[in-house]
Design a protein around this ligand. Structure first.
Ligand SMILES: Cc1cc2nc3c(=O)[nH]c(=O)nc-3n(C[C@H](O)[C@H](O)[C@H](O)COP(=O)(O)O)c2cc1C
Length: 239
């Protein structure tokens, strides 16, 4: 699980993305075709990612009517929704597009009809996609020591891939920017787990999956390939 061919340009995308809610237009045809190819690659292990153009997004999203729906078979770990969805976000960012994860910003009845949602399937989030009307800005994140108990220098002393993985995971987007993860790093692994107190649990596992994809892309940038294993509180990566 969580096997995915990572792309080198997702690394820069992680460092330059921020959510976009106002767009100057939908992606053009060539961009849609490329994203469609990626959606097929992301659709496995219980997840299907499908692109739509038309009604479905709430009015908080302006200037585009293109979105991706993450459909999950019931029982699929929610982390996988975050992992595959964020791959689409990073690829779109690398293509120069803006995106926004949406847990509430869509009309569920329209989406259910569009995807012909079956009884054994669920949709928790969609992702809007389009041409951003403003450049990305650096969003606020918790201090690195608060997130993982180590400074950047202490992480670097463990290894380059651990440092890259933790710094990248810290930047991951999350619902209401809650960043509901506890990261631990040692000489052989990086774990992304649920902290003791999570104020908003609804998307915590999906958020964790997004942070896991970031960590994997960070480690890949340092020349390592992540292998994830479930533990009691989340997932740990060896690379
Ligand atoms: C699972 C999830 C659900 C989200 N739902 C919404 C939403 O319904 N409406 C919205 O405007 N933003 C939504 N967001 C975007 C977050 O508010 C945003 O990612 C976070 O504030 C961090 O900012 P950044 O994405 O610019 O880095 C969601 C993000 C995630 C990961």
């Amino acid at each position: 699980m969580f096997e995915l061919k990572l792309e080198k340009n997702w690394y820069d995308a992680m460092y330059k993305r921020s959510s976009v809610r106002a767009y100057t237009g939908a992606p053009d045809k060539e961009q849609l075709d490329r994203l469609g190819v990626l959606c097929r690659k992301l659709s496995w292990q219980g997840i299907t990612v499908r692109m739509f153009k038309g009604p479905g997004l709430r009015s908080q999203i302006k200037g585009t009517d293109v979105y991706a729906v993450i459909v999950a078979k019931k029982g699929t770990p929610m982390e996988l929704e975050g992992y595959m969805g964020e791959a689409l976000v990073l690829e779109a960012t690398a293509m120069g597009l803006g995106t926004c994860w949406l847990g509430a910003g869509f009309h569920m009845d329209v989406i259910s009809r569009n995807v012909s949602l079956q009884n054994d399937e669920e949709v928790h989030c969609v992702i809007s996609l389009g041409k951003a009307n403003l450049p990305a800005f650096a969003p606020k994140r918790k201090d690195i020591v608060k997130v993982c108990g180590k400074t950047e220098e202490e992480l670097a002393a463990l290894g380059v891939w651990q440092k890259e993985a933790v710094l990248a995971a810290r930047l991951a987007p999350s619902a209401i920017n809650m960043q509901p993860w506890k990261i631990t790093a040692d000489r052989s692994s990086v774990a992304i787990e649920e902290p003791q107190f999570v104020l908003y649990k609804k998307y915590a596992a999906l958020d964790r999956g997004i942070a896991m994809l970031h960590a994997a892309v960070g480690a890949y940038h340092a020349g390592r390939e992540a292998i994830w294993k479930k533990n009691e509180e989340g997932y740990a990566m060896k690379a």
